[in-house]
Design a protein around this ligand. Structure first.
Ligand code: TNX
Length: 619
């Protein structure tokens, strides 16, 4: 019997983006409560922006936004307004001195056909502005519409962090500003800046110039994987890599972040991940007779800071300069992955363990961390460390970042310490792959698809009510061993950072991945695209690598980015933008013992492509 294949084109139009039916009005992170109104506010060149504190940074930010968006209008100080004009129509009013009852960082945004008003607590007005910006739809130059609504909002967690590793690969000041910009759009408020590691020291320290003269440069970098089956030994790029931030640049970035209500947390790694510092100052190692070079490959190194008084003096000096540059309360001291090999070989360490009545090298790690914490606390700073700082006993006031699953975070919360959840197992490692497709770019491995990041709940159910309060927030980490260019940072960051934002901000019980990924993400990716960021194009909505059994199928897809197209093949070939465009749902009838592979990709208006997915239909 001749096998025939039937494809029917159904007439139903492509699923249009359901912004109107979206209960969250397209806003990311989803607000706590939205009351949709009728009609819209028309923002025009005649609109007056009224503020009660014209020099406030949130006001300056908004004025700058309006200027750049060609929505130029003047900002008017409320104090200068004649009382009889207070009932003025066509105003956007920002109340920064609002003294009413709003939760920390909370805001209330009221949009009527006549006026827009934002009241906020602390950072609240700034977040209200971010929401307002997301709601503004530009209509013509100088004009925009904003749908009427009353939004009451505040974050679930006070700590909503995003990390960036600039040690494995260096990223310049302008790039970091763009990183902070996108964090601010999504209401993230802590930037964890991983400034030192084995492969590079990236912050100027005046007292120890060799840290950057020597420690900020490596001679070459490993090509491909540093381990595993595709690892090629001795394959290096023969190209020096380096870079660091001057103190002046650091101050500029801290200021830039602060203008966006972002606190910057510097991380200075100790006792491990310190090879770049040892290359500059070998006397800080346990074996100063050796020569050390800045790391050229990835993974752990045995050489670490030796816990001598000379090392502590060095670290205190460094931290003093660091605290001077970073006015925030937190200093991150790393503390992860110290394998103790060098300490076990060291006569000095053996003696120190005996003299200080420590149990073993774990005890020495705890001794090291506790000493540094004491120093930091005495200067008024609060120490954060990765969960290894629990080993051998936790320093008394430390905040713990739980990265090896939630275990460390749970233990720390039970001990009454503040905890920031950032587990790889919760989709918080943005260096992990975003899908299992072989078309994903080289990455460190792991699997952190958007849905996993989105669905993560930072509060472990095993904690009691008191302990749960110790979980102050959530963070995602972007380690850059396999991320050497800005474009790839954005690819790994977006859209997962939007999921992080909702995990950190929105109430857990209202989370809805379908609404997030299908009704809001496509619009936000278009905005991100227009703002000049790269990102990972999700596969078509309704598609996934799967095998379906039966004889009749209907394939109904929607582009994952607004304005994008879907192209497909049914002959097993990898689809390109030159293949057939999907424009309407398709019906397939598969003959007996027949099969067909429907392979599709999404191509955005700017030409970015998703990985391909294959729906195999078998009868
Ligand atoms: C573990 S997370 C590390 C980093 C690596 C990362 C790669 C942590 C505290 N340490 O040094 O870059 O894994 O995923």
């Amino acid at each position: 019997m001749k096998k025939t294949l039937l494809i029917a084109f159904l007439t139903m139009p492509l699923g249009i983006f359901a912004q109107k039916s979206d209960p969250n009005m397209g806003i990311i992170p989803a607000p706590v409560s939205i009351n949709k109104g009728k009609g819209e506010f028309k923002f025009s060149p005649e609109t007056i922006v009224l503020v009660d504190s014209p020099n406030h940074k949130a006001v300056r930010f908004f004025a700058e936004y309006l200027r750049k968006a060609d929505l130029a209008t003047s900002v008017t100080d409320l104090a200068t307004i004649d009382k009889k004009h207070l009932g003025l129509k066509n105003t956007v009013k920002l109340s920064l001195n609002f003294k009413g009852d709003l939760p920390p960082e909370g805001y209330e945004l009221r949009i009527t056909e006549d006026n827009v008003e934002i009241k906020g607590n602390g950072a609240g007005v700034f977040y209200g502005i971010q929401t307002l910006i997301q709601l503004m739809k530009k209509t013509s130059p100088g004009s925009a519409t904003i749908p009427c609504a009353v939004i009451k909002d505040n974050p679930r967690f006070p700590y909503r962090g995003m990390h960036l590793d600039v040690a494995r690969h260096f990223f310049d000041v302008d790039f970091v500003k763009k990183y902070l910009d996108v964090m601010a759009m999504y209401k993230l408020n802590y930037f964890h800046w991983h400034l030192t590691d084995d492969q590079g020291w990236r912050i100027e320290i005046k007292k120890y110039p060799k840290l950057t003269e020597i420690g900020s440069k490596r001679a070459q970098t490993k090509i491909g994987r540093a381990s595993g089956p595709t690892f090629v030994p001795d394959l290096y790029d023969n190209t020096p890599h380096g870079g660091f931030y001057t103190q002046e640049q650091v101050r500029e970035l801290v200021e830039y972040a602060s203008a966006r209500y972002i606190n910057v947390i510097p991380e200075i790694e100790m006792p491990s991940h310190s090879l770049a510092a040892l290359a500059a100052y070998p006397e800080l190692s346990c074996d100063p007779t050796k020569t050390y070079k800045v790391g050229e490959t990835w993974g752990g190194f045995d050489d670490v800071f030796c816990p001598t008084e000379e090392t502590f003096k060095f670290l205190y000096d460094v931290l003093r300069e660091v605290m001077d540059m970073f006015p925030g309360k937190y200093v991150h001291i790393g503390g992860d992955e110290c394998n103790k090999v060098a300490w076990k070989k060291s006569e000095f360490c053996r003696q120190l363990i005996i003299d200080s009545k420590l149990k073993n090298e774990e005890g020495l790690q705890s001794y090291f961390v506790a000493k540094v914490e004491k120093f930091l606390n005495a200067q008024g700073a609060q120490m954060i460390g990765w969960d290894e700082i629990l080993e051998g006993g936790l320093a008394p006031n430390a905040t713990v970042m739980s990265w090896r699953g939630e275990r460390g975070g749970i233990a720390a919360a039970q001990l009454g310490h503040d905890v920031i959840m950032t587990p790889g197992s919760g989709g918080m490692y943005f260096d992990h792959a975003q899908s299992k497709s072989p078309q994903e770019p080289l990455n460190i491995g792991g699997h952190a698809p958007l849905e996993k990041t989105y669905n993560y709940d930072p509060i472990p159910s095993v904690l009691n009510a008191e302990q749960k309060k110790r979980v102050i927030g959530v963070q995602a980490n972007l380690w850059t061993e396999y991320i050497a260019s800005p474009g790839k940072v954005w690819y790994m960051l977006l859209p997962r950072m939007m999921a992080l934002s909702e995990t950190g901000w929105s109430p857990q019980n209202g989370k809805d991945f379908k609404n997030f990924s299908q009704q809001r993400i496509p619009h936000h990716l278009l905005l991100i695209d227009q703002a000049g960021y790269n990102y990972r194009v999700p596969v078509a909505i309704g598609s996934a690598d799967t095998t379906l059994k039966g004889n009749k199928f209907k394939i109904e897809l929607t582009p994952s980015v607004e304005g994008a197209k879907i192209h497909y093949t049914i002959d097993g070939g990898d689809p390109t933008e030159n293949d057939i465009e999907y424009t309407a749902p398709l019906e397939f009838v598969i003959p007996e013992k027949g099969a067909i592979s429907f392979k599709s990709i999404v191509v955005t208006a700017s030409g970015k492509k998703s990985v391909a997915t294959t729906i195999k239909m078998e009868n």
